[in-house]
Design a binder for this molecule. Structure first.
Ligand code: 13P
Length: 258
């Protein structure tokens, strides 16, 4: 059966002490989770090593928030897939709307990063999302499916199970974000699943993990996780303190206890 992924990106937050404190506080809870839960954390680059060594990699996956598509060379300021692995990372986030809006990430570079991650056995976590304007114009589905299709361009069937897609509506992310309702999120996830079925067939598409992100909190997480096409949540603010993250894990864990 598919795992339920519960994870957080710290974005550009924390220092070494608070990173360690988060890991130490989460560690005891992680050891007793239902095996169908897949926790993950994506710290800033400088803390990937210390956070990954705090956890058993078979339980908690640790990732990077970005990565270059090249292995090595004259790419000042970039971090290669080999370096991510060397530091204990196994997941690579790409295409987050903050990177698309402020750092020039495009559908094409996301696609290059997907292929680079797959070449190195890393899990690409591809973020896609519609803007507030696209939502108003009624073109959210087209916008999101286009991002999905370009991200997956020339990804062969045998590699597709390794790819994770996170639907993160731009209008839902951050302080001024309004969380998607579970129905809104499910409807987009259903559309993404349908597009994946067209590309890869029902079996592979249904086995893929689709996460929702954007103002997930302790009140809406349970309903979001109940949606048939939502296979987990990707959380910012609510999970930046260990207790918020642990409470999200408890909510997810309770899905398996009844
Ligand atoms: P928030 O949960 O803070 O809205 O951030 C979501 C996000 O961007 C996760 O990648």
């Amino acid at each position: 059966m598919k795992k339920l992924w519960i994870g957080t990106s710290w974005k550009m937050n924390k220092d070494s002490d608070s990173a360690q404190a988060w890991a130490s506080a989460v560690l005891p809870r992680i050891e007793k989770l239902h095996p169908q839960l897949q926790p993950f954390v994506i710290p800033p680059f400088p803390y990937i090593s210390s956070v990954s060594s705090a956890f058993d990699a078979s339980v908690m996956k640790v990732g990077a928030q970005n990565m270059c598509w090249q292995e090595e060379g004259a790419f000042t300021g970039e971090v290669s897939p080999l370096m991510v692995k060397d530091c204990g990372g196994s997941v690579v986030e790409m295409g987050h709307s903050e990177r698309r809006a402020q750092f020039g990430e495009t559908d094409e570079t996301v696609n290059m990063k997907v292929h680079a991650a797959l070449r190195h056995g890393l899990t690409p976590l591809v973020c896609v999302g519609d803007s507030g304007k696209e939502k108003r114009w009624g073109v959210s589905r087209e916008a999101v499916i286009k991002q999905v299709k370009i991200a997956l361009y020339e990804v062969p069937d045998h590699q597709i199970p390794q790819v994770i897609i996170a639907y993160e509506p731009i209008w839902a992310i951050g302080e001024s974000g309004i969380p998607a309702t579970p129905q809104e999120a499910e409807s987009m996830h259903f559309a993404i699943r349908r597009a994946l079925r067209e590309l890869y067939g029902a079996d592979l598409a249904d086995a893929m993990t689709l996460l929702y992100g954007g103002s997930v909190n302790l009140d809406n997480a349970s309903n979001l996780l109940d949606q048939p096409n939502i296979d987990g949540v990707f959380v910012g603010r609510t999970a930046w303190n260990a207790s918020g993250y642990v409470q999200l894990l408890e909510i997810a864990n309770s899905k398996f206890s009844s």
